[in-house]
Design a protein around this ligand. Sequence first.
Ligand SMILES: [Zn+2]
Length: 420
Amino acid sequence: MKCLLLLIFAAKSLTVPYKLQFDNEKVFRITPQNKEEVDFIKHLATVTELNFWTPQSLSHLIPNITVDFHANAEDSATIISLLEQKRIDYRIIFQNLQEAIENQFDKDKHKQKDRLLRSSRYHTWEELAAWAHHVSVKYPKLVSLVPIGKTYEGRPMHVLKVGNKVTSKKGIVLECGAHAREWISPAFCKWFVTKAIKAYNKDKDMTNLLDSVMFHVIPVFNIDGYVWTWTHNRMWRKNRSPSPNSKCIGTDLNRNFNIAWQAAYDKKNPCSDIYPGSGPESEMETKAITSYIRDNVSSLKAYLSLHAYGQMLMYPYGYTVKKPSNQKKLEEIASSAVKALSRLYGTQYTYGPIASTIYLVTGSSVDWVYDEGVKYSFAIELRDKGTYGFLLPEDQIKPTCMETMLAVKEIASFVINLES
Ligand SMILES: [Zn+2]
């Protein structure tokens, strides 16, 4: 097995041959002070080609919200001159996006030797798939690899079940990598599984946890999109399925669930980064997850959907400002989870319902599973708050995962104490 892993790993070079380069492309940050400035950004988006990092859509733009967008090199000069003419405050958070993409990888040669087995590195899908197979073979009593379907491009999807197969009764889902460019999310799922299985029978807390809870880990939900971010476009978000009658590719999987589907925004525009698909569960990846959840719903108690960036821990609903029935409890758990998270490095998270903490989101996984009966459902936006955004350097994987682990353990310990 080791040989197989090494072969797969050795086949991958450290320098990634991106077809799409971002030389001299810039990322701007603006906090519009009033409606005029909001309208001006919307106008900019019609005369130049902007890729919004946060919020993800023009429809979410309101005064005083932080807006990060990426512009190509030619448009950047125009944007700077227009912003200066209008006297709108702005910052350029990346002067040269290509450089930031390359700097994401730790270049310390010393650390590269066994980098592919390290959890504090970013990994390609092939590496993650080989790793998942490897842990299921090496830890058969604790880990099983359950096939759940295929992606649009035919890649097999799996859930890694991690827990004591005999005693663990309550289930918690960790869903990572719905959005392709949010690499820290799959990195966390790998970290979690690795640390959990190594700590079993050594660390009392983790042993208790895995004896009671079965973790259902989806290391990468949007596999095709993730592969695309490694091979073609680092900034890709959606999956890779084509849309009828459009040259634009991809559906936002976290808008494709059957909950208030298509109720808001950019709904008919397949070129939008938040295109919800041609129908609820239209995507093979979404269908694979929803049928797995439906099959296991009676044992599932909590669902965690991990994203980046923004440092937020949120609970339903996203599609409405209506409060869920157990809102008080959710607020209490979120509050103690962010407190636990901050203990290690002082990292501050905000928390609350999705709709009021970030913005209205329809068709998301956490809202859908909540209404299916998984009443402790959370969306987590990991580090950071935009210094590196989607390009969090590898040296932040370990601290990010260590602190996030504390929040997950806090939520899990609540689940253990649930009566049924
Ligand atoms: Zn996301």
